[in-house]
Design a protein around this ligand. Structure first.
Ligand code: UDX
Length: 449
């Protein structure tokens, strides 16, 4: 019987930090690496650089040196240390959209492989988790073989895409809907089965495939989810034109199990660090492969999605009588979704920014995203509470569906605003309640009264 594999995690963003903590929780010795020393210092103190429910608790349970912790989790900035320590190296760095184009920026992945490979003097499995254009794993495997002193046969690559959602990262990592591994050898498969033995025993399906399929599963899953959202948002447009109710419509079609009820929430559309850029990167890659026709529909998915933001701006303009100049707009929500402090490609902030550019006086409040929002849009106004944000407002916009906003008392807010007008961009507020308190309430894709 061999000792359990020792695990390293390269890159400690959302994905890496969660993966490292989860691996320690599964009982493995884990070493996490990031090139940013300040991040490593924070994590080593058991602090998480972003807001993610449950992650800090998990980290504190395992970080070496913390009171009562298992000590199985450590962090470093040294690739040497990582190469010496690990049997399995997970690559969790990000692949953002390249500036001014659709394609993914592979430089962080390439750098990670190029930093690690020349130091690999012993047997190791390198496992890519980052979302990459199909074909990358093939190319990276060749690079590994070429650069690692231990050589081909000893050092191998596998591809294991990650499907975690922000806000549910811990649970999604410990109890994934499925585990997908692209492998080229039985040894790689066996090792990954060992790593994921617990979630598999608890019911997560384990899907074994080749490199390109593993890479494509991720792109396909994200495209499907984005398509579902844009589909229901397209229905919202039609509902609005016909005075129908998209929320009822979604519920009704969702009862058909073939369709399903999830991911049919109409509103101002999807954002965040994944769906939008992954769609675009997928289209760009398909183009390079000569298969762009297969994905032209994704262009439409993207444009329906972007139209939602513009539509919200138009509704706000209409609500204040046609001109935004000097009007006070309160924006509730800045993050791309609740239970996250992430404002990357956030529809809420995008709408706030557009309104500001058109001359409105915008005040934003968000429970967790204020710091990140301020950094990204320093010229917007910010308030410390929902009540403070709506003070004197000509119109209130509900753009991220935090639980806190669902619990607001419309009667209390009514006394603070200049005009009792609210637009629900997420279809989660109780229209009857707001109307009873004297508000003009309008939601996307729903009847006006
Ligand atoms: C997504 C995928 O869900 C995940 O599997 C993948 O690994 C990364 O991308 P995430 O970005 O964390 O995860 O957010 P998600 O919960 O999928 O929401 C994405 C966006 O879609 C949010 O802006 C959300 O508000 C929006 N959305 C979601 C809708 O507008 N309607 C819905 O019905 C669902």
């Amino acid at each position: 019987h061999q000792a359990p594999p020792r695990i390293t995690v390269i890159g400690t963003g959302y994905l890496g930090a969660t993966h490292a903590a989860a691996m320690a929780d599964l009982g493995f010795e884990v070493l996490g690496l990031d090139v940013l020393p300040e991040k490593i210092e924070m994590l080593s103190r058991g602090e998480v650089p972003m807001y993610e429910p449950g992650l800090e608790e998990l980290l504190r349970r395992h970080v070496a040196g913390l009171e009562g912790a298992s000590g199985r989790l450590r962090f470093t900035t040294s690739y040497e240390e990582v190469a010496d320590f690990g049997d399995v190296h997970f690559v969790c760095v990000n692949t953002p959209q390249r500036h001014g184009e659709y394609a993914a920026d592979m430089s962080y992945v390439d750098t990670a492989i190029e930093s690690l490979a020349p130091l690999l003097r012993r047997r190791a499995l390198v496992v890519g988790k980052s979302t990459v254009p199909v074909g990358s794993a093939d190319r990276l495997a060749a690079r590994l073989a070429e650069l690692s002193p231990a050589g081909e046969g000893e050092v191998e690559l596998a591809w294991n895409p990650e499907f975690l959602r922000e806000g549910f990262a811990v649970d999604d990592t410990l109890h994934p809907d499925r585990i997908v591994v692209g492998v080229r050898s039985e040894r790689a498969e066996t090792l990954l089965r060992e790593v994921y033995a617990k979630p598999v025993a608890e019911g997560s399906p384990f899907v074994v495939t080749d490199f390109p399929t593993a890479e494509l599963v991720k792109a396909a899953a994200n495209s499907f989810l984005a398509t579902k959202i844009s589909f229901i948002n397209a229905m919202a447009e039609v509902c609005e034109a016909a005075d129908g109710d998209v929320v009822k419509l979604a519920e009704a079609i969702g009862h058909d199990e073939r369709i399903g009820r999830k991911f049919l929430r109409a509103g101002i559309g999807f954002g965040g660090g994944c769906l939008p850029k992954d769609l675009r990167a997928f289209m760009a890659r398909a183009g390079e492969l000569g298969a762009d026709q297969a994905l032209t529909f994704l262009r439409e998915i993207d444009s329906i999605n972007m139209r939602r933001r513009g539509h919200m701006v138009e509704l706000a303009r209409e609500a204040v009588g046609g001109g935004l100049l000097g009007k006070r707009v309160a924006v509730l929500g800045a993050t791309f979704k609740p239970d996250s402090d992430d404002v990357r490609d956030s529809p809420a902030l995008n709408v706030a920014g557009q309104l500001h550019l058109q001359g409105a006086q915008v005040t934003v409040y968000d429970p967790k995203g204020m710091e990140n929002a301020r950094r990204l849009f320093p010229t917007l106004g910010y308030a410390d509470s929902a009540l403070a944000a709506v003070r004197g407002a000509d119109v209130v916009l509900h753009l991220t569906e935090w639980r806190e906003f669902g619990e607001l008392d419309p009667a209390v807010l009514a006394d603070a605003v200049a005009e009792r007008r609210i637009l629900d961009g997420r279809n989660t507020l109780d229209a009857a309640l707001w109307r009873k308190a004297g508000w003009t309430f309008r939601a996307l894709g729903r009847p006006t009264a």
